[in-house]
Design a protein around this ligand. Structure first.
Ligand code: 6PG
Length: 255
């Protein structure tokens, strides 16, 4: 399998990063529209993408929301609408303020007894929506991912079995200690997507960004995202990109 080298964009100003990411989103949407297709996206939680979601919501483009189906990349398992829920965060920052039609929103169900049941139910809803046959995976147009300081992405953590999943589109992830269990999409889904977009901000991510993008350490989940169709795209602020080699530091964004 050929390894597609990533497109890395670095920004000094948050507003430029958000402009560029929104342009990429809108452009991908227009491409889908022109080919008469719906825009199929899967979005991550975490804190980094919140301003991006708010920016999208502020666009006042009901034409986009009408033709977009929004799925979650991952979710923290707990009571529906709990404080750490990615679905709750997306409702507050994108779904409600944008006026996203509820029929187009496909959250990870939190009304199940276990994360395993929740993952099964989510997988079934993917199978129905994408009309998947046995062994097939959903193909999203745009997946937004983040990176944790340990190199995790989505809810794929280093050394966990979910990272080696090759058959299922969504699985449960049991975590130790007081961390909430999770439900996550898996690498086969990420690797089949059209645009894989990482959004990463902050000094504390500089080292891991270098290890993911340049060293491509296979123990790091984010480095295991290797899209088959298009180069992965990294939108970084200057601090997160500080440890990258100089040839990667000159790229200023999507025009
Ligand atoms: C989540 C994510 C997770 C996140 C990283 C980065 O639900 O938290 O899917 O993978 O993207 O942990 O999080 P921050 O953006 O908060 O640094």
């Amino acid at each position: 399998m050929a390894l597609l080298f990533p497109n890395v964009y670095l920004f000094d100003r948050e507003s430029d990063l958000l402009d560029s990411a929104s342009r990429l989103w809108n452009r991908t949407f227009e491409e889908r529209l022109q080919s008469g297709k719906r825009f199929l996206v899967a979005l991550s939680g975490g804190t980094t993408p919140i301003p991006f979601y708010q920016r999208l919501a502020a666009q006042e483009r009901p034409d986009i929301w009408e033709r977009t189906d929004l799925f979650l990349v991952d979710e923290r398992f707990g009571a529906p609408d709990h404080r750490d829920s990615n679905g709750r965060m997306l409702k507050e920052n994108l779904i409600r303020p944008a006026g996203f039609p509820s029929k187009n929103v496909h959250l990870i169900p939190l009304d199940k007894k276990t994360p395993e049941e929740s993952a099964r139910a989510y997988e079934e809803s993917l199978q129905i929506f994408f009309r998947l046959g046995r062994g097939e995976f959903p193909e999203f147009d745009f997946i937004l991912l983040g990176i944790g300081t340990d190199g995790h992405t989505a809810s794929l953590f280093p050394g966990t079995p979910a990272l080696d999943e090759i058959e299922r589109a969504a699985v449960a992830v049991r975590l130790e200690g007081d961390r909430r269990d999770r439900v996550t999409l898996t690498l086969p889904v990420f690797n089949r997507a059209g645009k894989i977009v990482f959004l990463v901000r902050g000094e504390e991510k500089a080292e891991i960004v270098h290890r993911v993008i340049e060293k491509r350490e296979p123990s790091l989940p984010a480095a295991r995202v290797r899209p088959l169709h298009e180069r992965p795209i990294f939108f970084l602020d200057r601090k997160a990109g500080r440890k990258l080699s100089s040839h990667l530091q000159g790229n200023r964004g999507v025009s």
